[in-house]
Design a protein around this ligand. Structure first.
Ligand SMILES: Cc1ncc(C[n+]2csc(CCOP(=O)(O)OP(=O)(O)O)c2C)c(N)n1
Length: 515
């Protein structure tokens, strides 16, 4: 067995069964080893941002890492933005970065670079495997590191000669460490805050946005008269009819400040203390209101659900969780706008859907329109690095082949990793992509004003936010990558096309021409 075979066998033995890949010469023995270990499914992606975003989507939906095969420093560098999003999502993910043979590095060949320096800012763990005999144990350590709560990116650097040298041994599976229990005094302090009768908010994040944590949080809120708010960009939010409803904290700091105004106790359950996404001249960065005390009930690596269950035992004995009633908007007619598009999506969202939300400004009305739809998962742009949505959808669809996946994509964001559509088609994934075609970087129009930069901005500035020259044709782009596509210019057309796309298996794309 060579090093590459030992690596892949060990990964498969540790539950890493998918490899999103964009390989090169230094990874040829890894690629060849896929035939020796059929349990590992290789999925070709045509750009590294797709590799890493897909591995993020897979990890969010399974709780297990996928591997992301990347080609030396430049390949890793191309994949960094979505590894950054994965880091913010606390997704378990194993990046395998091929490198030159150990003895070739000193020659400073063209692809030579400092892989560790690129990897560390997004990784919880980085190791270079020095010998074929060590690579399996290193792989097992990498999986354990990626799965250590709350989850993270582990980067294993694999020299080409370590891959091809015989003498590999597979390593036994490792057991990931469980989340840290929350001490009783911490739970009691949160209970004391809730009993003050003062205005309390429980801010949920991470696994707090999923069952069973949601149910416990809902019981606490009902019994103690506290409000539940979710973090702005959760990795995975379980929502819909029958589940406790949680409004997310607004992206715009002025709205978030309104949501939190008057709060005297902010109890963090898997969420970080809230901050403004960006600094704006003269505005505060922290969103914690003056006079509000912050209580960390559970950090992201803690047993969030356990802490909420214990807190519910203290303050919510006999109280049931609140269930979101089933309700869908009616199908609208007329112009296709962010409002009418959201209503169509709310009216048609299938049960068990996984939504990859990178709709940016066109997504403003989606949370309300889909709140009472049948239960579904909502995945968001955790790290603010756009170009995530289409790859994330690919990974989620491979993780959950029985569930419909819907990618809601702003046009500008879609273009970063548009080649993900080719992977949707090649793997026959049941993904319906909606492109919100407003032909602008619309959010930056708003940010130009909010930062105060608009006073100086003229034609040159506005031109940098304009996607209309030449107009992008997403139906042609999709067709060129094997994804059937259509264009909708009215709410009626959008409803008809979305209904049809959802009814048929396999990938589809609808270009929604937003008025
Ligand atoms: C990796 C990365 N590059 C650039 C940006 C800056 N940025 C934020 S929003 C945005 C444009 C978004 O436009 P679009 O996706 O079309 O959505 P819209 O604002 O039109 O709704 C850009 C370029 C970013 N967030 N991440």
């Amino acid at each position: 067995m060579n090093g590459a075979q030992a690596l892949i066998r060990t990964l498969a033995g540790n539950g890493v069964e998918v490899c999103f890949a964009n390989p090169g010469t230094s990874e040829m023995h890894f690629v060849a080893a896929l035939d020796a270990v059929p349990r590992m499914r290789g999925v070709l992606c045509l750009a590294e941002g797709v590799v890493t975003g897909a591995a993020d989507g897979y990890g969010r939906m399974t709780g297990r890492p996928a591997s992301a095969l990347l080609h030396l420093g430049p390949g890793l560098g191309n994949g960094l933005a979505n590894l950054h999003n994965a880091r913010r999502a606390a997704t378990p993910l194993l990046a395998v970065v091929g490198d030159h043979a150990t003895y070739h590095k000193r020659l400073d060949a063209p692809l030579e670079s400092d892989i560790e320096a690129l990897a560390w800012p997004v990784s919880v763990w980085v190791r270079r495997s020095p010998r074929a005999a060590d690579v399996a144990a290193d792989a097992a350590d990498a999986v354990a590191a990626a799965c250590a709560p709350p989850g993270g990116v582990a980067t294993l650097i694999l020299p080409a000669d370590v891959s091809w040298t015989e003498g590999g041994e597979s390593a036994p599976p490792v057991r990931p460490r469980p989340p840290s229990p929350v001490p009783a005094e911490v739970t009691e302090a949160a209970a004391a805050a809730l009993r003050t009768g003062q205005s309390c908010v429980i801010l949920l994040g991470g696994t707090g946005m999923r069952q069973p944590a949601l149910g416990a949080a809902s019981r606490i809120a009902a019994a103690a008269g506290a409000r539940l708010i979710g973090e702005t960009f959760p990795a995975r939010h379980e929502r819909g009819a029958g589940l406790p409803a949680v409004d997310r904290l607004a992206y715009l700091a002025e709205f978030a400040a309104e949501q939190l105004a008057g709060t005297r106790h902010l109890i963090l359950a898997g969420a970080r203390s809230p901050v403004s996404f960006f600094a704006y001249p003269g505005k505060p960065g922290s969103l914690v209101p003056d006079g509000c005390q912050v209580h960390v009930l559970a950090g992201p690596g803690d047993d969030v659900a356990g802490a909420l269950a214990s807190l519910a035992d203290l303050v919510a004995d006999g109280t049931a969780p609140a269930a979101q009633p089933a309700a869908r908007p009616g199908l609208p007619g007329g112009d296709l706008t962010p409002q009418t598009a959201a209503a169509v999506i709310g009216a048609l969202l299938p049960e068990g859907a996984i939504v990859s939300d990178e709709a940016v400004t066109s997504g403003l009305f989606l949370p309300a329109a889909t709140a009472g739809a049948p239960p579904h998962d909502w995945l968001t742009l955790t790290g603010g690095a756009i170009g995530q949505g289409l790859p994330l959808a690919a990974g989620a669809a491979i993780a959950c082949p029985q569930r419909p996946v819907i990618a809601l994509e702003a046009d500008g964001s879609a273009m970063y990793t548009i080649s993900a559509l080719w992977t949707h088609a090649r793997e026959g994934l049941d993904i319906t992509t909606v492109i919100f075609s407003n032909r602008r970087y619309a959010i930056l129009d708003m940010e130009l004003a909010r930062t105060g930069a608009d006073a100086a901005a003229g034609e040159a500035a506005r031109g940098l936010l304009d996607l209309s020259r030449p107009p992008l044709d997403f139906t042609a782009l999709a067709a060129g990558m094997g994804v059937p596509a259509s264009r909708a210019a009215t709410a009626e057309e959008f409803a008809a096309q979305l209904g049809k796309a959802l009814a048929e298996p396999g990938p589809h794309l609808i270009e929604a021409m937003i008025a």
